[in-house]
Design a protein around this ligand. Structure first.
Ligand code: ADP
Ligand code: ZN
Length: 202
């Protein structure tokens, strides 16, 4: 696709940006599959290499901490909570490596923000659920997957049968798409053992 028609190129004034191109890495999969662990691992390595790193997560996700990324296995890294994807641009500082967790809570605006950051020369590492509790694609992660240079799909272990846990099992009958919770509300299941328990199933 040529420069003029590429959506990432049309609204970006390149004169302010370094020549070096950035890129987008997406880490996706169900809950408990190690997305946050993997995000923390990549960000720690960048910090060790003395890269300027900034780490963001959505304010809605305060399950474990408001100012740290915390994995289900208790590894953690300081982070900034933001209300919207746009706020990431405001709080970026001099960072050239960006970590963004729980992408599914940011909405489609995140795609454009990641595009801009990559065009500015940033390495953007985004982690999030690729499917909701019904196994439907969870925007904006599918759009980010289409845009990304590097994609990692993480899998948990199905708690029923031990097969690859690619699905997030909601344990309650609530039907809202977003209900924030951890082991109290969700568990990892494979495609065979996953069930939708929501009340509105006909
Ligand atoms: P995610 O960000 O994908 O929700 P985390 O990185 O926060 O995952 O946590 C991964 C950790 O979750 C694992 O290292 C393990 O300690 C724990 N865990 C809990 N349930 C499972 C499961 N069913 N399969 C694998 N790991 C699990
Ligand atoms: Zn199973």
């Amino acid at each position: 696709m040529n420069e003029a028609t590429h959506p990432a190129s049309t609204d970006i004034d390149r004169s302010h940006y370094p020549h070096r191109s950035g890129w987008i890495e997406v880490i996706c999969g169900p809950m408990f599959s190690g997305k946050t662990e993997e995000l923390i691992r990549r960000l720690r390595r960048a910090q060790i290499a003395k890269q300027e790193v900034a780490i963001f997560k959505p304010q809605i996700d305060d399950r474990f901490s408001a100012d740290h990324l915390v994995s289900h296995s208790d590894s953690s890294l300081p982070s900034t909570s933001v209300r919207s994807a746009r706020e990431i641009m405001e709080k970026l500082g001099n960072a050239t490596v960006l970590g963004i967790d729980e992408a599914q809570f940011f909405g489609n605006e995140l795609v454009e923000i990641c595009r801009k950051l990559a065009a500015q020369g940033c390495r953007v590492i985004v982690a999030g659920l690729d499917q909701d509790y019904r196994c439907d694609p969870f925007e904006p992660v599918p759009q980010l997957l289409a845009e990304a240079e590097y994609i990692t799909k993480t899998l948990a272990i199905c708690v029923k049968c031990g097969a690859p846990g690619s699905r997030t099992q909601r344990l309650s009958t609530e039907s809202e798409r977003v209900i924030v919770g951890a082991q109290d509300r969700y568990e990892a299941r494979c495609r065979y053992c996953h069930e939708i328990l929501a009340d509105d199933q006909s």
